[in-house]
Design a protein around this ligand. Structure first.
Ligand SMILES: Cc1cc2nc3c(=O)[nH]c(=O)nc-3n(C[C@H](O)[C@H](O)[C@H](O)COP(=O)(O)OP(=O)(O)OC[C@H]3O[C@@H](n4cnc5c(N)ncnc54)[C@H](O)[C@@H]3O)c2cc1C
Length: 407
């Protein structure tokens, strides 16, 4: 029986480890920290597909939403699955785009409709609508969207994977520091030079299979197939195999990979829906807390602490204007977190041709996609097939136009 090592216990790796173990595969999940504590923990975690293009990517996301509904029915969905719908309010500058999104989504068979001000107010009683003339605002309702509470979800995925026989290594025992191929001493540890996307460089001859991963605890964990689900750290893990995975570098000032999120509370009457308003995006996060983001309130990895604090207050102030029951709320937590963003914005999922035994999965919108990707990737791994749904997302696409991909 083949042995699978899944690197990374975020929502993507946890969903995959659970799925593989559920099919009877031999799985080791390696997580350098505790599962679910990185990007997945801080995500808006909005389940959505309406605005995503092209159509194949839209359908992948819509299938992702359905995959969570199936999982919720068998894995304590009451604790983490919130298909509460998404209400969007657009001002004059954005109404054309919102209306075009609704038209296109409906043409693709997706549940979406424009609603009037009264219906919007009824859909979300906690929302105070902006005082603007009706002609300047547009309201759209996406009833099948929603959000996930990723912490209880990842906890349950990892616990079930264990019950299904998966081994779970965390901390130093789960921190992968190198990959090892047949016939070699330890491979990796940061000494490899990554070359063109999807191509191996350095002294390693192509064709030598991976036989395991090395950890910070000094162990060699045997594996015939290594699946890298390391989120924002994917480029570093892939470089251990001499492979370049082009993802947006979060380090440069102004990088688009970091996102700023704030959690506030207590709230007397929490909103029940995912809400996108002109100044702030929000959703409930537990019974007394609300998660906030805004496209124009940005920070990067170098933003000084006092500025972050001011940005958090700005978001809370905006949120109070649209959800008055936040009047007593205070900022509870804020964080700059990093989107794992492949260079062209689309997922990367597939076996890496140049390194037998290596498979990579990294994506933005990973909360929407993880359960469905876990189903597809499990089939590719266990049935040794290449599914058409994943054809647009192979790493090799960057090799064909690596100059653009790397920019
Ligand atoms: C601000 C923000 C808002 C977002 N909003 C949405 C949204 O509304 N909807 C949506 O669908 N998506 C959204 N996303 C994207 C989504 O959150 C991510 O795509 C998803 O969480 C990625 O999950 P992951 O498991 O790949 O990564 P992570 O959750 O980061 O997990 C990767 C794990 O790999 C581990 N790891 C890394 N290197 C190693 C190593 N060497 N050895 C062992 N373990 C390792 C890490 O410790 C980590 O736990 C958002 C992201 C951000 C930042």
């Amino acid at each position: 029986m083949l042995r699978y090592a899944v690197i990374g216990g975020g929502i993507v790796g946890a969903a995959l480890a659970d799925r593989l173990a559920g099919e009877g595969a031999s799985v080791t999940l390696l997580e350098q920290d505790r599962p679910g504590r990185a990007t997945s923990r801080w995500s808006l975690a909005w389940l959505n597909a309406a605005a995503k293009t092209p159509e194949a990517y839209h359908r992948l996301n819509a299938d992702g939403m359905r995959a969570w509904a199936r999982l919720a029915a068998e894995l304590d969905g009451h604790a983490w699955y919130r298909p509460v719908g998404n209400l969007e309010v657009a001002d004059a500058g954005r109404r054309d785009r919102l209306e075009a999104t609704v038209t296109r989504a409906r043409a693709w068979g997706y549940a979406a409709r424009l609603v009037d001000r009264d219906e919007a107010a009824g859909i979300e009683p906690a929302l105070r609508l902006p005082d603007a003339p009706a002609r300047d605002l547009s309201f759209a309702w996406f009833p099948e969207e929603g959000y996930l509470l990723t912490e209880p979800l990842v906890e349950r995925l990892v616990a079930r994977a264990r019950r299904r026989g998966a081994r779970v290594h965390t901390g130093d025992a789960g921190r992968v520091t190198g990959l090892q191929r047949a016939g070699e001493a330890a491979w990796g540890g940061g000494t490899e030079r990554a070359g063109e996307a999807g191509q191996v460089t350095g002294a390693k001859g192509p064709g030598d299979r991976i036989i395991g991963v090395r950890t910070a605890a000094g162990d060699l964990v045997p594996a015939d197939v290594v699946v890298c689900c390391a989120g924002r750290w994917t480029a570093g893990v892939a470089a251990m195999a001499g492979i370049r995975v082009p993802i947006v570098d979060p380090e440069p000032p102004g990088s688009t990979a970091p996102g700023f999120v704030v959690r506030v509370g207590p709230v007397e009457v929490p909103p029940t829906r995912v809400l996108h308003t002109p100044g702030v995006h929000l959703r409930p996060h537990g019974p007394h807390t609300v998660h906030l983001e805004a496209g124009d309130v940005t920070a990067d990895l170098h933003t000084p602490e006092p500025v972050l604090r001011d940005l958090a207050d700005t978001l809370l102030e905006r949120a109070r204007r649209v959800v008055p029951s936040l009047r007593e709320a205070r900022v509870q937590e804020y964080r700059v977190c990093v989107r794992p963003m492949p260079a062209d914005g689309m997922p990367v999922a597939g076996a890496v041709g140049a390194v037998p035994g290596l498979y990579v999965v990294v994506t933005h919108s990973g909360v929407t996609l993880a359960a469905h990707l876990a189903e597809l990737v499990t089939r590719e791994l266990l049935e040794d097939v290449r599914l058409p749904e994943l054809a647009p997302y192979r790493l090799e696409r960057f090799t064909e136009d690596s100059g653009r991909a790397a920019s």
